[in-house]
Write a protein that binds this ligand. Structure first.
Ligand code: NAD
Length: 491
């Protein structure tokens, strides 16, 4: 059994209350770890440590080159322990080992990218309008950062926050999802091994409404970065308002995947599958909303159904498994609720809509790939994020119609479309109101490019240069080296 504690000010420690939580494997419900179950007091003491370290420690003034070196060392440790990290992630989330290994490679790349970027920003000299003066703009670390991450990509999402914050010279308090803390604990241990000074990296475990809420409210936190559900994100904004914290939000999505009649049919079907069923659809950018043009609609649905039937469910650790379980019984209940709702709303169930019969899968939270057609944009199954292996299909006739449909939700995270028409590519890319638009691809992201949402999918951007800027404040420094009396009040 794995054991895990908070890491505060360079020391591993149990919850102040002595409480613990059992972490389970969603594949079979087996206990895999006992970890500290923190409360507000643990989060507050981590914030105090991070504050002290930022205000009185050397970290924010450590040369950026040296901060980059530490991040580079951390990237090397992630690579060294790739297999252990990937297995932990699969045990904790249920995703396939192949997907977890991709995640770990991405994560090492993210630390390397920000290691390289740490010392590239030297500020800017402005053309001052006043003679005998200089004017320059510098970027400084924003301060103490609370970083709250979700259960679907536990370490990937944590590293999107951790790497740029440390590169910028901030101190951090990480809070992983209470359901999936294991890889965040492991990266914390690797940060300790890499040599980050005590108080720079802190990790507190425990439930969101206690530990997360304290990070959002505590006035000693300068920035709160959150990835998770939209309702939680709104609560965090409200909690952060009292101290006018910087708020960075990566929330949900309802991401349209649009197939025009002239698309490469086989590729569009293939990517429709990848777009939805990786990690059993528990991806913020899942292409769970398919919009298919009239001319290819029926053939597309039939081909998609035939390929969906062949998706192999099982333990993420087993060779050959293509899709693992949902994260928890409560989450499967939510998915089942949406499937029932879709049927009531008049959507046509073509495949799935049930738990698998396979006796080996009964102890886990598995759900069959599910396909609905005859969907309308007014249905809740089309408007709301299900976060499971459920795809809806809407039929459309024209480009103008599909633009209005695709933009017609509260979300704006990502969208993709399939066409061979170069003029349409440009028109569509301009018209879609999403933070990322994929042309003839789906669900691709990389550290060099910014990631984030329009509308209610979030505020701010992670990854890329913008991801580093998020962790900085802009300061204007004005120097008058020929100061003369103004004599405005002179007598
Ligand atoms: P969630 O909102 O339930 O929880 C996310 C985190 O917030 C967890 O660590 C949780 O403990 C914490 N939390 C819960 N209540 C809190 C509170 N009152 N105050 C502070 N923190 C609190 O989300 P989830 O179910 O873990 O994750 C799934 C959601 O995350 C989906 O909506 C998905 O779209 C979104 N997501 C978005 C992105 C993105 O890049 N936009 C990436 C991954 C996941």
């Amino acid at each position: 059994m794995i054991l895990g504690n908070h890491y505060i000010d360079g020391r591993w420690q149990a919850a102040a209350s002595g409480r613990e939580r059992t972490v389970t494997n969603p594949c079979d419900g087996a206990a895999i770890a006992r970890v500290a179950e923190g409360g507000r007091e643990d989060a507050a003491s981590a914030v105090t440590a991070a504050r002290r370290c930022f205000d009185r420690g050397d970290w924010p003034r450590t040369p950026a080159l040296e901060r980059g070196r530490l991040l580079d060392r951390l990237a090397g440790l992630v690579e060294r322990d790739r297999e252990e990290l990937a297995r932990l992630e699969t045990l904790d989330t249920g995703k396939t080992l192949t997907e977890s290994r991709w995640d770990m490679d991405d994560i090492a790349g993210i630390f390397r990218y920000y290691a390289g970027l740490a010392d590239k920003e030297g500020g800017e000299v402005l053309a001052s309008p006043h003679p005998g003066t200089t004017s320059r703009v510098v970027r400084e670390p924003v301060g103490v950062c609370g970083q709250i991450s979700p259960w679907n990509y536990p370490l990937l999402q944590a590293s999107w926050k951790m790497a740029p914050a440390l590169a910028a010279g901030c101190t951090i308090v990480m809070k992983p999802s209470e359901i999936t803390p294991l890889t965040t604990l492991k990266i914390t241990a690797l940060a300790e091994e890499a040599g980050f000074p005590p108080g720079v990296v802190n990790t507190v475990l425990g439930p969101g409404p206690e530990v997360g809420a304290e990070l959002a409210q505590n006035p000693d936190v300068d920035l709160i970065s959150f990835t998770g559900g939209i309702a939680t994100g709104k609560g965090i904004m409200r909690a952060a308002a009292d101290s006018v914290k910087r708020v960075a939000l990566e929330l949900g999505g309802k991401n349209p995947n649009i197939v025009f009649d002239d698309a490469d049919f086989d590729l569009a079907v293939d990517y429709a599958l990848n777009g939805v069923f990786f990690h059993a659809g528990q991806i913020c950018s899942a292409g769970a909303r398919l919009l298919v043009q009239d001319g290819v609609h029926d053939r597309f649905v039939a081909t998609l159904r035939d390929r969906m039937k062949r998706i192999v469910l099982g333990s993420g650790l087993d060779e050959g498994t293509q899709m693992g379980p949902l994260i928890s019984a409560a989450h499967r209940d939510k998915v089942e609720h949406y499937v029932a709702l879709a049927r009531e709303e008049g959507a046509r169930l073509v495949l799935g809509g049930a738990r698998p019969d396979n006796p080996h899968l009964q102890a886990g939270f598995f759900y069959r790939p599910t396909l609905f057609t005859a969907c309308e944009s007014t249905m809740r199954i089309v408007q709301e994020e299900v976060f499971g292996p459920v795809v809806t299909v809407e039929r459309f006739q024209s480009e103008a119609e599909v633009i209005a449909l695709a933009n017609g939700t509260i979300y704006g995270l990502a969208a993709g479309f399939w066409t061979r028409d170069p003029d349409r590519m440009e028109r569509m890319a301009g018209a879609l109101r999403f933070g990322t638009v994929w042309i003839n691809d789906f669900n691709v992201y990389f550290v060099q490019a910014p990631w984030g949402g329009f509308k209610q999918s979030g505020i701010g951007r992670e990854l890329g240069r913008q991801g580093l800027e998020e962790y900085t404040e802009v300061k204007h420094i004005y120097h008058n080296y020929e100061t003369r009396a103004v004599n405005w009040f002179g007598v």
